[in-house]
Design a binder for this molecule. Structure first.
Ligand code: TXA
Ligand code: MG
Length: 320
């Protein structure tokens, strides 16, 4: 089983020896390896059982690394990096030769992000290579937001988990890039559309999910899915529809009086979207582990982080 520890030195040793380890970030835990070492990158794909056509995000710990791994960087990218890094924003840019095509699944662009977690930032600053890291869950399942989540699913496949506590954001990074010079959001995430638009003083395009674009499976309709049947909608309507089943409920702020307390999770009793995002993935996991037949959930207000939460809920529901 994996060693679980807060030792940055130990994580560094494993990585320098070409192994993959799980690292904490503010969004979700990652499954990290030396992005410049093809053997390590191959281990990431096989451990996660991830199709090789799904590219990995490259994590850096120093602003100057941006220009080592990306080129032809638009001015807007610098503005976004200055404002949101370290943070939950991945930026798609033309890659330099140092990034292997294995990392980008043959694409000429690479997704780069500087994560905002003290342990992982320090680790990255002590390494002389960047870390390729997808979320540390089996492909298609719910992303991990604690070391325990990683241990439960990956503990027998990797040697080491760097324990940085529960993730403070709880949903994956927002992914942006440029299409014909136009800034485009490819995945909703921890940095909201509103925040990006405010910084740039303009509205940005948003690509809705696609089931036909294999180059970005994070955009696939069904993803982040629990293994139980999962339905999203108005809870009163769903409860009526499933009145003959044992149901588990994920509510946004209000507890349901006619459901057992153990069978429901309120994401944020105060109606705070940041708190709801932090609790989202562990709520999905808990429901999956409960003795219920069906999971029912309601959308949250569709503003700020709420858009990323609703996106994950929709994809969790799409598999069923
Ligand atoms: O918050 C996060 O982004 C977490 C933490 C660990 O940093 N990482 C994460 O990685 O969510 P992953 O692999 O689970 O999701 C990354 C998404 C994938 O859907 C992939 O298709 C997309 O980013 N992606 C990566 N590189 C890309 C590229 N060059 N072009 C298009 N999409 C890309
Ligand atoms: Mg993922």
């Amino acid at each position: 089983m994996a060693i679980i520890s807060k030792s940055i030195d130990e994580a560094k040793n494993w990585l320098e020896a070409g192994n993959i380890v799980s690292i904490p970030t503010e969004t979700v835990y990652g499954l990290a390896g030396n992005a410049l070492n093809e053997e390590a990158v191959t281990k990431i794909f096989t451990t996660k059982e991830r199709p090789s056509f799904d590219p990995l995000i490259v994590h850096i710990g120093r602003m100057e690394d941006l220009e080592t791994y990306a080129k032809d960087i638009p001015k807007e990218a610098y503005i976004l990096a200055e404002k949101f890094w370290p943070g939950a924003l991945s930026i798609l840019l033309p890659k330099t030769e140092s990034i292997p095509y294995l990392v980008t699944s043959g694409l000429d662009t690479v997704a780069i992000r500087m994560p905002n977690h003290p342990l992982t930032l320090e680790l990255l600053q002590h390494l002389d290579f960047p870390l390729a890291a997808p979320s540390a869950n089996p492909f298609g399942y719910i992303s991990p937001t604690s070391a325990k989540h990683v241990e439960d699913q990956m503990g027998d496949k990797i040697p080491f988990i760097l324990d940085g506590g529960p993730c403070s954001v709880g949903v994956e990074s927002t992914i942006v890039g440029w299409e014909d010079g136009q800034l485009t959001i490819y995945r909703l995430g921890g940095v909201s559309v509103e925040e990006i638009e405010e910084v740039l003083g303009q509205s940005v395009m948003q690509k809705s999910h696609s089931s036909s674009n294999p180059q970005a499976p994070g955009m696939l309709k069904s993803h982040y899915a629990p293994s139980k049947p999962f339905y999203l909608g108005n809870l009163d309507d769903l409860l009526e529809e499933f009145e003959d089943e044992v149901v588990g409920v994920i509510a946004f702020r209000d507890e349901l009086l006619d459901i057992d307390e153990e069978d429901q999770i309120v994401l944020s009793p105060s109606g705070d979207l940041e708190e709801a995002a932090r609790n989202l993935f562990s709520a999905l996991r808990k429901m999956d582990d409960l003795d219920v037949d069906v999971i029912l959930a309601e959308p949250v207000p569709n503003i700020g982080l709420g858009k990323a939460i609703n996106d994950r809920l929709k994809r969790a529901a799409a598999g069923h």
